[in-house]
Design a protein around this ligand. Structure first.
Ligand code: NAP
Length: 287
């Protein structure tokens, strides 16, 4: 392997330590940052995710509350519950775990969350703030990727960044964040004709597709930074990313592993958003 590893576990530990310090300072002022997590249904992966989010919060001193509802829960009842949390001054961040059951309109649910408590950064107000370069909650996964780039002191100015994937939660916000740092950004997707043509020219590649081996060594410019957001299973059921790690790590300059890369950073950035929500709420006087 020639690439240097960007260790998401180590960086996430560092972020959690920073958050813990900020939580302690807030607690001294009588404020306990509080994340409220809602899970509807019993999707096994979602259950693991919410357990981790609650555990991470508690380990860093934040209060976390998990509310669970059955898969058949009515959307109107869920919206009513969110509206109650919106006006609860003790709750600073609200996260509704996705995916929701098919009878629910996920975007309508997300948009019921008060923008100032939208710690997932999925509300249209958060997306709009990112689009026009205003402060606001950034979606945790691309936010974590940016922190990873920052951790290696990488300047994006005038670099060519290629984002593979254009989802609202990863690809599009990732592209906007790279753009905000003065990268020249290309967004690729399933209708892109020659993916390798774009990636071979890239100084930074972010793969956010959800398919194994979307990025192979022959598609990467020597020395490029490769960030692997994908979460897939290999033939043995082992977690792997979108990037052919063995091959690409021979060509890239920097690379994130899966597991131990973007995943832990996503979790850590949720804590950052929650503490920001608590701090902002306190500054604006609503507690
Ligand atoms: P998504 O909504 O399914 O989006 C996938 C994107 O990939 C789409 O824009 C799709 O294009 C594009 N795509 C599909 N096949 C392609 C191909 N052959 N070449 C180029 N682009 C292609 O997924 P997502 O929510 O963004 O998540 C992407 C991956 O990241 C998944 O594996 C997910 O599990 C993982 N993830 C990881 C974390 C973490 O914390 N590590 C967090 C979130 C997501 P179209 O738009 O044209 O369909």
């Amino acid at each position: 392997m020639t690439a240097q590893l960007i260790d998401g576990n180590a960086l996430a530990r560092q972020v959690r330590t920073e958050v813990a310090g900020r939580v302690a300072a807030l607690k001294q002022r009588g404020i306990t940052p509080h994340l409220s997590v809602i899970l509807v249904g019993d999707n096994p992966a979602s259950m693991v995710y919410v357990r981790n989010k609650v555990a991470d919060s508690e380990q860093t001193g934040l209060k976390a509350t998990l509310e669970r509802y059955p898969a058949a829960f009515a959307q109107a009842e869920l919206l009513a519950r969110i509206r109650a949390l919106n006006v609860d001054p003790d709750v600073h961040g609200i996260l509704v775990q996705l995916p929701l059951p098919p009878h629910m309109d996920a975007q309508a649910v997300i948009e019921t969350i008060a923008p100032e408590k939208d710690v997932d950064g999925f509300h249209v107000a958060s997306a709009g703030a990112l689009m026009i370069g205003r402060p606001g909650f950034r979606p945790c996964t691309p936010y974590g990727c940016m922190r990873m780039l920052d951790s290696i002191g990488y300047s994006l100015k005038a670099k060519h960044a290629v984002v593979i994937g254009r989802s609202n939660i990863v690809g599009k916000p990732m592209a906007l964040m790279l753009l905000a740092q003065n990268a020249t950004v290309t967004i690729c997707h399933s209708a892109t004709l020659d993916l390798a043509h774009h990636t071979r020219d890239a100084d930074v590649v972010v793969a956010a597709v959800g398919k194994r081996n979307v990025l192979t060594a022959d598609m990467v410019k020597p020395g490029a930074v490769v960030i692997d957001v994908g979460m897939n299973r290999d033939d043995h059921g082992k977690l792997c990313g979108d990037v052919d790690f063995a091959g690409v790590s021979q060509v890239a300059g920097w690379i994130t592993p899966v597991p131990g890369g973007v995943g832990p950073m996503t979790r850590a950035m949720l804590l950052v958003n929650t503490i920001e929500a608590a701090q902002t709420a306190h500054q604006t006087g609503s507690k």
